[in-house]
Design a protein around this ligand. Structure first.
Ligand code: HEC
Ligand code: HEC
Ligand code: HEC
Length: 146
């Protein structure tokens, strides 16, 4: 229910934002590549469910249907800094942070996942050390099931 309320507020904010120049609603950075066939509204409301980890580390059916992966998200939705390099999630201009900061949502995904296109090789926990990754992962999954 809370999700629906927040999502509705975000959608409402967006339509108000578009009709009023100078609104405080965040300006969502433009993406590259094909738009989602399901449309922007659908993705604004449902992306968190499409991305969710399952207990056994597969992801929910939704994500298989839409064939989405986090590295794909940050590739099409990369936001370049003035030096033409994609900003990481440390920057408040990062695609995932623009709305999240606005809605006071915090995600921990980028502790493990790259927040920039993978070919750029940002050092991420996932690729550093297998044993360490496994430990963090198990702790994470344990946390999810509590
Ligand atoms: C159009 C705005 C918008 C963009 C862009 C956006 N999000 Fe979100 N996201 C939200 C809102 C609003 C919520 C909170 C909904 C709620 O609380 O139920 C949310 C929640 C989430 C959640 C669930 C958090 C939780 O604690 O339940 C995850 C995971 C998530 N987003 C991942 C991402 C990722 C990854 C990206 C970038 C690839 C991204 N989001 C980009 C608006 C956005
Ligand atoms: C093939 C490129 C591509 C991929 C991969 C991709 N997107 Fe998108 N996405 C777009 C385009 C294009 C739009 C249309 C809006 C725009 O022009 O920025 C969009 C729109 C969105 C919106 C709505 C933005 C708004 O303005 O309301 C959200 C939220 C979103 N994507 C989240 C994600 C998430 C999360 C992932 C990963 C699971 C993802 N996208 C993967 C290209 C992509
Ligand atoms: C403790 C480390 C860790 C954290 C935190 C984490 N993940 Fe993952 N995630 C993994 C691993 C490991 C895989 C499986 C390896 C792979 O597919 O690259 C994975 C796979 C995925 C996949 C499917 C594969 C892909 O390419 O994207 C998605 C989607 C995903 N995670 C989303 C998220 C989201 C959303 C969050 C935050 C709410 C998150 N993850 C947090 C470690 C993590």
């Amino acid at each position: 229910m809370k999700r629906l309320i927040i999502a509705t507020l975000v959608l409402f904010g967006l339509s108000v934002g578009m009709s009023q120049a100078g609104s405080v609603y965040p300006e969502i950075p433009k993406a590259t590549g094909e738009a989602h066939p399901e449309g922007n509204d659908y993705w604004r409301i449902n992306h968190m469910d499409l991305l969710r980890h399952d207990r056994d580390l597969t992801v929910q059916d939704g994500v298989r249907d839409t064939d989405a992966s986090l590295s794909d998200c940050v590739t099409c939705h990369a936001v370049n800094s003035p030096d033409a390099k994609p900003v990481t999630v440390k920057s408040e201009e990062h695609f995932c942070r623009v709305c999240h900061d606005y809605a006071a949502v915090k995600v921990d995904c980028f502790q493990c996942h790259n927040s920039i296109p993978p070919e750029l090789g940002e050092a991420s926990l996932m690729f550093k050390d297998e044993t360490e990754t496994l430990d963090v992962l198990l702790a994470y999954i344990e946390g999810l099931s509590q």
